[in-house]
Design a binder for this molecule. Sequence first.
Ligand SMILES: [Zn+2]
Length: 337
Amino acid sequence: MNRRLRSIVTLALLAAALVALVLLFRQRQAVPQPGPASGKLVVRFLDVGQGDSELIALPDGETILIDSGDSGSPTVDLLRKFGVTEIALIIATHPHSDHIGEMRDVMRAFKVREFWDSGFNHPTKTYGDMLQEIKDEGIKFATPKRGDMRTFGDVLLEVLNPGDQPPDENPNNASIVVRLSFGEKRFLFTGDAEKYEASAKPSAWEQMLETERDKLHVDLLKAAHHGSSNGTTRDVLDAVRPSIVTISCAAGNDYHHPHPKVMRMLEQDRDRIKLYRTDLEGTITAVCDGHEIEMSSDKQLAGDRLYLTGDEVAGTVASDGRSQGPRQNARSGRRSR
Ligand SMILES: [Zn+2]
């Protein structure tokens, strides 16, 4: 090789290396950085098995977490994966472990500025540990009530439940229910709020249907109580009139969620309501620019499987031999969780 050829080859190799470096750098840049102001609202319904956890990235880059899933859920890992470094506000909808089981670990892993709790006293170690951790970390603590509001830049949070007094002794009915508004779009986060079918006792939904009806109409409804029949009734759907419904539960859970009645209603309304569920689709993501909501999920699902009831999913899970994985977070025992 003469000197001229050698220098051409060297230059070509250098150029190729430079291009490779630029490409590598670009790829690194494409990884979402923690907490940037995106101008969009990103709501993730985390796949935490049998439980609830909603991660909200606000347009200005701040983070809200509603519920944490049960103890042992991969919540901390998921928050890290989605770029969380600090949490402006945690909302624990109510003190059942499938909603607060991972709260202590979340508070230990991330700086948390404020914590909202239902204020419903629940004599469990998980709840006691959570309150102690809030104290130990010196986190600002509040028990918001119906009518309270908070703005985060262009996003408004309104508390629709509980009222001054919880409706009854059922922790589910003390659930903090919040409506989030951004631009023209509204989201309703419902915890495990219930609606009793034939009872003299007032439920959370009954109170909200009575006093907050004008605020219940939203675009996206997180179905209350994991798709159980007392979480979403025809009354509730008629008042909320959502175009998107999400259900958070585990495949093959012991609570038979989601309930056949709910699935039948949603199937009847399939032309008007798009359904997403964490048990079959993994983490569900809603991205909103204030005008539109764009939905996506971890897994693609054939349309005919979307309306399977909890028991039908349990049958599928058992028959294809995957019963151990998805059932890990499902606990037997208290049926009202
Ligand atoms: Zn629950």
